[in-house]
Design a protein around this ligand. Structure first.
Ligand SMILES: [Zn+2]
Ligand SMILES: [Zn+2]
Length: 313
């Protein structure tokens, strides 16, 4: 094992023990080599290639400078928090998608994975690492807290940007898996009975109002369906223009509106208790419940201007 590799491993162990904000220290290419299987490697390689068109903030460059990312090295000029602060500044002040990716990725080594969500989403709405947000839902959302339609949405957006980025589960396969059966009791169509589709997304089917209510309330389809509608209205028509502007280092007006509609700009007070103790309304709860969306379709945890991580110090 090389010295650098060993240090990186030690750093990982330290990060896992650490209950404070995670350090984000690997670049996408390093993450690729270390963590991904060969199949994933190629997708990551494509993502890195595609995202190389986005500008890198000075803060990102400084934080990932090779001489500075080696944890524990005497030459290391930055500790984890300083590095994290640089990424945060790169992401929030300069809209640097590379910083956003590493902020999201940093949280994935950490128990509070949902804190990575707003950063992956910030990147995705700018057209960066788009297919990762869907994978994030598959990997980190509570299975009963649905995110299948959001997975499908981001899969299509990713494919529009680059056909090599098709999602692991193609939208038509996903739809077939969900299929013509009630999302709750799995009842199917018969000659005399036809299931009803969800009016919001036309994706899920229900046999009865009672199953629909269960799906909407207990499985959080209400939040998912509403977030999907926000994306269809405020993201999809502008997705390319927002991305083109981000590549030029500009902010498209539609991006700001979308951030607001998705709740990414919500004040820190709205989610302080979630990021600190993972509680909501005073009850301790499962972090996975905070991955997808609130009842109104907005995100649980915001990104700009208040950020989760620094406040968790
Ligand atoms: Zn049913
Ligand atoms: Zn729906």
């Amino acid at each position: 094992m090389g010295r650098k590799q060993k240090l990186r491993q030690e750093r990982k162990i330290k990060n896992n023990k650490n209950s404070t904000p995670p350090a984000v220290v690997t670049t996408p290419s390093e993450a690729t080599v270390e963590a991904a299987s060969e199949g994933e490697l190629s997708i990551f390689a494509i993502l890195v290639e595609i995202d190389s068109v986005f500008p890198k903030s000075d803060e990102y460059v400084q934080a990932t400078d090779d001489s500075q990312i080696i944890y524990g090295n005497e030459d290391n000029k930055l500790d984890n928090n300083e590095q994290y602060a640089l990424f945060k500044q790169g992401a929030t002040v300069h809209g640097c998608v590379h910083s956003m990716f590493l902020m999201g990725e940093g949280h994935c080594n950490h128990m509070y994975k949902y804190l990575g969500h707003p950063w992956f989403l910030e990147g995705a709405i700018r057209g960066s690492f788009v297919s990762l947000i869907g994978e994030f839902y598959l990997d980190h959302a509570e299975p009963n807290r649905n995110a299948n339609t959001l997975y499908g949405y981001w899969g299509k957006i990713a494919t529009n940007f680059d056909t090599r980025l098709g999602p692991k589960i193609a939208p038509n396969v996903l739809k077939h898996q969900i299929g013509r059966k009630c999302a709750i009791c799995l009842k199917t169509d018969t000659k005399t009975f036809t299931l009803k589709q969800c009016i919001g997304c036309s994706f899920y089917c229900y046999c009865s109002e009672s199953c629909q209510t269960t799906h909407w309330n207990e499985h959080n389809h209400r939040g998912e369906c509403k977030q999907l509608r926000i994306l269809h209205k405020y993201h999809k028509p502008y997705a390319k223009a927002i991305r083109d502007a981000a590549i030029r280092g500009d902010i498209h007006p539609a991006l700001e509106k979308l951030q607001y509609k998705l709740g990414l700009t919500r004040p820190l007070e709205d989610y302080q208790e979630i990021i600190t103790y993972c509680t909501h309304d005073g009850k301790i709860s499962d972090p996975k419940d905070y991955v997808v969306a609130r009842d109104d379709g907005t995100v649980w945890v915001g990104s700009i201007p208040s950020t989760a991580c620094v406040s968790r110090k």
